[in-house]
Write a protein that binds this ligand. Sequence first.
Ligand code: GCO
Length: 252
Amino acid sequence: MGILAGKVALLSGGSRGIGRAIAEKYYEEGAKLYILSRHEDEITRAAAEIDRNKEGRVIGLACDVSSEEQVNAVIDTIKKNGDCVEILVNCAGINLRGPLAEMPMENWDKVMAVNLTGAFLLSKACYPMMKQLGRGKIVNIASLMSEIGRPTIAPYTASKGGIKMFSRAAAVEWAKDNIQVNAIIPGYIATDINVSLQQDENFNRYICERTPAGRWGRPDEIAATALFLVSRGADFITGTEIAVDGGILAAL
Ligand code: GCO
């Protein structure tokens, strides 16, 4: 039996990339999963693929995490199923790149809404269940951009700086409820969000040269840390960040 058997986990951004890898890892460890994405067919397909043993242990729900109404609808569904979320992974993230001087306000608002407001809404919505249960774990996916800047991604960088501090704020407020809140700082990971960067020869070379490990990271390497953070061994870890980045932060 896996270490998450009997536990219910809710993951935003669960259909692709890092969120998908974490969902697969938690599934292997026996959790019942609710995974979210804005796109209905994508999330239904992902749920069916993750639920390899066809146990009905993965439920895909369409949800725009920046909508309080849609987040509350997800929580209602979970409660109607008689489930209680013990683990929340805030992974939904978008990046709209472009020079700051020309950045449309719409792009700023969208990135903030998904990357930052989404984590706030989901955390707030899950809190009563965790409090009632007497324990909970929240893992927020931050970024190198929680620590450093890079041109052309100002909204993303601001949102990821924000998620780090939101994570700490929730951690100190909910520690008394036995809820641990931490963030992971992924380095450059080979996922859909970074396809254009990997295809850009110069950028790709830059990343491989600047990352001491000499390569892009894999989503399953983030998932391994996301599993540790929700395990019993991490019960006294809260309000902190773990970089899984091949050493790039140490080197920059
Ligand atoms: C970028 C990327 C980011 C990073 C990631 C690093 O443009 O730099 O889009 O998504 O890959 O956040 O931690």
